[in-house]
Design a protein around this ligand. Structure first.
Ligand code: FAD
Length: 408
């Protein structure tokens, strides 16, 4: 009898799972239910080259249309899965109901929305989907006054692109520094300097309390009373996992859908992968939920393997990147709990690495235009939990190859 496999959510993790399922020889019927009207696409360009207009839709789609036919996948796009009936083994989406033997939940996440008076005024945008960008891009004309609310990666990437398009940009950050949740103070200071040098205004310790305007956005008011004139605003204040469909089906959720190291939920017929999944990390000894392409791909592979009956542990080192101006920031590992930061290279020359150590062991790196530092940490030093003398890490006369060799 043909096995039925349903995938709820049509993003990065779903596209990977389809390719992996077929590569593993899964012979059954695969149905992909995706809420957006387009097949799975990459989100990173949405705040980078798709936003700037350098890339078109063809560059962001993860697979050509022919892929889904070749993989014998039935796609239901612009279709939202509303409920999972685990007893009956069915997923309901609109007027249709799909039987499943195996189910993958890859519903990703949604933006945290700005909540203050005036937050719904025309001219205020959030950024998660292609259609969000299609609405933002026409507003980013030379001379337009853009307020970016939230100084995280997405906010800073939008600021860099908008500056390149000739906008007057102000970044409004509630915390005391940009990127405050994710990098060390010296790395935040570096990025703030770069943006200020490019002509971006950065307002920190600035909490938005209201958006004002007659019929559309004219200004943003902060708790201090300061009003920032703006024609358009892009909000990037974090995301929330799309876990409700799993929760309603009685699956365990806690900041994401709880899965094991094989990406299986509390129901072994159901896997979850990507932004929506909360998993145990052997490397960090705790549960984590990641919001990255690497995680969507690797966990998508693990979910496919588990559902195809060939379980494989997911234990990769997390990695992430951000492009701003001429800077390629590459991050390996998670820095939470670090007790020391060592900088190697020259921040002034826009080429350096910040290593994060915990009890002497390397746990993460932020590498700016420094691919050797990034790759050595990702592939060798972080998985090994290497103990390296800080002076040696900082010493540019010792190559990363030599550092790696001496820690083996
Ligand atoms: P998604 O790609 O979000 O896909 C989930 C899909 O499921 C969505 O289309 C959603 O509409 C759909 N869905 C949800 N619920 C339902 C339902 N009930 N029924 C049907 N469909 C449903 N990561 C990096 O590593 N590097 C970067 O530089 C980077 N830049 C980014 C820039 C932006 C602007 C954004 C938004 C994200 C960025 N990310 C980056 C994060 C990365 O894109 C995500 O982590 C990744 O897309 C997660 O993949 P996913 O498959 O879990 O979820």
């Amino acid at each position: 009898m043909t096995e039925n496999l349903v995938i709820v959510g049509g993003g990065q993790a779903a596209a990977q799972a389809i390719a992996s399922l077929r590569a593993l020889g899964f012979p059954g019927r695969i149905v992909l239910i995706g809420e957006e009207p387009v097949p799975p696409y990459q989100r990173p360009p949405l705040s980078k080259k798709y936003l700037s207009g350098e890339w078109g839709l063809d560059r962001v789609l993860l697979k050509a249309d022919a892929f889904y036919a070749e993989m014998k996948v039935e796609t239901r796009l612009a279709s939202r899965a509303e409920a999972i009936d685990r007893q009956a083994g069915r997923v309901r989406a609109g007027s249709e109901s799909f039987p499943y033997d195996k189910l993958l939940i890859a519903t990703g996440s949604r933006v945290r929305r700005l909540a203050c008076p005036g937050a719904e005024l025309p001219g205020i945008h959030h950024l998660r989907t292609l259609s969000d960008v299609d609405a933002i891009r026409p507003a980013l004309t030379a001379g337009a006054r853009l307020a970016v609310i939230g100084g995280g990666y997405i906010g800073l990437e939008v600021a860099a692109v908008a500056k390149g398009l000739g906008c007057a940009v102000t970044v409004i950050e509630m915390g005391e520094r940009c990127l405050n949740r994710v990098v060390a103070p010296q790395v935040s200071a570096f990025f703030e300097t770069v943006h200020r040098q490019a002509g971006v205004e950065i307002a920190v310790n600035a909490r938005v309390t209201a958006c004002e305007g007659k019929g559309r956005l004219e200004r943003i008011v902060c708790a201090s009373g300061r009003a920032i004139e703006a024609d358009v605003a892009v909000v990037g204040i974090g995301i929330l996992p799309n876990q409700e469909i799993a929760q309603q089906a009685g699956l365990a959720v806690d900041n994401g859908i709880m899965v094991d190291e094989f990406a299986l939920t509390s129901d072994p017929a159901i896997a979850a992968a990507g932004d929506c999944a909360n998993f145990p990390s052997a490397l960090y000894g705790r549960r984590i939920r990641l919001e990255s392409v690497q995680n969507a791909i690797e966990q998508g592979k693990a979910a496919a393997a588990a559902l195809a009956g060939r379980p494989a542990r997911y234990h990769d080192v997390p990695w992430f990147w951000s492009d701003q101006y001429d800077l390629k920031l590459q991050i390996a590992g998670l820095n939470q709990g670090y007790d020391r930061v060592v900088v190697r290279g020259d921040m002034g020359a826009r080429k350096f690495a910040a290593f994060y150590l915990k009890a002497g062991r390397l746990i993460a790196v932020d590498a700016v235009n420094a691919p050797a530092e990034y790759m050595t940490c990702l592939k060798q030093l972080i998985p090994a939990g290497a103990e390296i003398a800080p002076e040696r890490l900082a010493d540019m006369s010792v190559s990363m190859k030599e550092i790696a060799a001496s820690t083996r």
